[in-house]
Design a binder for this molecule. Sequence first.
Ligand SMILES: Nc1ncnc2c1ncn2[C@@H]1O[C@H](COP(=O)(O)OP(=O)(O)OP(=O)(O)O)[C@@H](O)[C@H]1O
Ligand SMILES: O=P(O)(O)OC[C@H]1O[C@H](OP(=O)(O)OP(=O)(O)O)[C@H](O)[C@@H]1O
Length: 207
Amino acid sequence: MTELTIAMPKGRIFEEAYEMLLEAGFNLPEEVEMSRKLMIEIPEEKISFILAKPMDVPVYVEHGVADIGIAGKDVLLEQRRTVHELLDLKISECYIASAGLPNTTMSEIAPRIATKYPNIALKYYKGIGEQVEIIELNGSIELAPMIGLADRIVDIVSTGRTLKENGLVEYEHIAEVSSRLIANPVSYRMKSDRIQDLVTRLKKCVK
Ligand SMILES: Nc1ncnc2c1ncn2[C@@H]1O[C@H](COP(=O)(O)OP(=O)(O)OP(=O)(O)O)[C@@H](O)[C@H]1O
Ligand SMILES: O=P(O)(O)OC[C@H]1O[C@H](OP(=O)(O)OP(=O)(O)O)[C@H](O)[C@@H]1O
């Protein structure tokens, strides 16, 4: 059996993805003790997991240090890396939306958009004919309209609780997001049997 290296985000996606792998019949420990270890090896299955930041998963896969990755569609849309998207796992579902203070219109000249998704935001506003200035932030994006840093934010919405608790309303629904199984194009050819087996087994567990 050939070795398979899988890059996974450490946070939300990990638990759901791990659960799916267990359900797909992979011989993994039922519980993974979340330590500070960034690499988990499962010799019985010849699988190694690399635990990464969500935005870094496609980087590992594109460079081939991971054969397979699990990444949010938000990350894939933002980065456009050379990887194959093999399967929609339909986990960690959410969406990307624009939001702002209620009953406000955007400034007529170069409205400011705060986001951690500059490419998605630029493409969206270009598509609707708006020339915007992007203000890139790394988190707590919802602060930006409240403190006068931006007219709108472009961010992930899941339950809508963060928007609500910060007095913001949603304006435009931009893209649906769920986690995808991705592969390095060379690994996909060289390890096709193993990767195909993984896809077939996971496909049966997609809800
Ligand atoms: N409410 C949510 N907020 C953020 N990401 C979400 C949410 N719901 C689902 N996701 C998905 O989960 C991914 C984030 O995964 P994860 O939880 O591992 O990261 P995080 O811990 O939020 O990120 P970071 O390490 O950058 O703080 C996103 O790319 C997105 O696809
Ligand atoms: O609709 P909700 O269920 O409230 O979820 C959406 C929030 O969750 C994410 O933030 P995260 O918790 O990742 O923190 P961050 O501010 O560091 O990005 C996202 O950026 C929103 O702020």
